[in-house]
Write a protein of this length. Structure first.
Length: 330
């Protein structure tokens, strides 16, 4: 039992590492594309604040993922491994093609796929899924509104200021906005892995009631921070330059808008997509110049990848669960 639990925790932390690696683009793409920081310094900056988030925002999202979306009574080790496999496979496929999809939605889709393969749709807790599905639509819209609003306000406030001075100020301010976004990225995304690890411990009987031990919090944040440190450069290129061209002032507005979106979701206990939030915010910033400043073809391909994330991870996880059960049955 101890080896099985240890192995599942290791797989969960590997997913957390892949999550950081895959979503590093969310944290650093804007600050790298505006050349405020070099790629190496940017990932260190983002990884540090990913880890610091362990001491800030609580575990509401972790409790939602661990026990608020899937009936914990149907969770077995095969369900957990199947769910993690579905999420990891989809993350690696989308990383290879440079598509900024949601690791969060890959995880909940995979977890649901394995649980449904075991116990049918009765395993799903509708209330937990309702707010998550609503935020799939709301998070990019809120990010877009924040990015558009902040950029418009900045244009108005600094309309008489020489562009060179604005650029100089916002190069400094973008360090703060990047830190703020990375803090919220770590706070929301690391909690999903915490919920899975707590589910492993509860299923094994090491926890008498479902809660998140602090060592799980620290380990999950360390794993996502290390993943961010590795950086998924294919996706960074897509986020930083393919959607729209950003200046430091635009990077500041995009990061700040997305960070506020994540903050709202984290406080509500919703496992939201940091990818959706930052992409929406970048589109909002680009739209303030002119609609043609946004490369809508690239944005459209990203949206299609978003649509496929939960079903794809669901399918891979369900197949993995059935394979594990077939092997175990022999």
């Amino acid at each position: 039992m101890l080896y099985v639990v240890g192995g599942l925790i290791a797989v969960a932390l590997f997913f957390d590492y892949i999550n950081g690696f895959h979503d590093a683009a969310n944290s650093i793409a804007t600050v790298v594309s505006t050349r405020v920081l070099s790629p190496g310094k940017a990932v260190v900056w983002a990884a540090f604040f990913n880890f610091v988030a362990a001491f800030t925002f609580g575990t509401a999202v972790a409790r939602t993922v661990g026990a608020g979306m899937i009936d914990i009574r149907v969770v077995t080790f095969s369900v957990i491994l199947g769910g993690l496999t579905g999420a990891i496979v989809w993350d690696l496929i989308t990383w290879y093609y440079g598509l900024p999809t949601s690791s969060s939605h890959a995880l909940i889709g995979g977890y649901a796929g394995a649980a449904v393969a075991k116990a049918g749709f009765a395993a799903i807790i509708p209330s937990g899924w309702t707010k998550t599905l609503v935020f799939i639509v709301l998070s990019p819209v809120i990010g877009l509104a924040f990015g558009l609003g902040l950029m418009t306000a900045i244009f108005w406030l600094f309309r008489w200021t020489p562009p060179s001075r604005v650029d100089r100020w916002f190069r400094r301010l973008q360090l703060l906005s990047a830190a703020f976004f990375s803090l919220n990225h770590g706070a929301n995304d690391a909690q999903k892995t915490m919920g899975i690890i707590a589910g492993v411990l509860f299923t094994a009987g090491y926890l008498q009631s479902f809660y998140i031990p602090f060592w799980v919090v620290l380990t999950a944040h360390a794993a996502i921070g290390l993943g961010t440190l590795a950086g998924g450069w294919r996706i960074i290129h897509t986020m930083g330059s393919k959607i729209t061209k950003l200046q430091p002032v635009g990077g500041f507005a995009a990061e700040t808008g997305a960070a506020f979106t994540l903050l709202i979701a984290t406080q509500a206990g919703v496992p939201v997509s940091t990818t959706h939030a930052i992409t929406g915010s970048i589109v909002g910033v680009g739209s303030t110049r002119r609609l043609s400043a946004v490369r809508w073809g690239v944005a459209g391909r990203i949206v299609w990848a978003w649509v496929l994330t939960i079903p794809a991870a669901f399918g891979v996880a369900a197949l993995t669960y059935m394979l594990l059960e077939a092997i175990g049955g022999r």
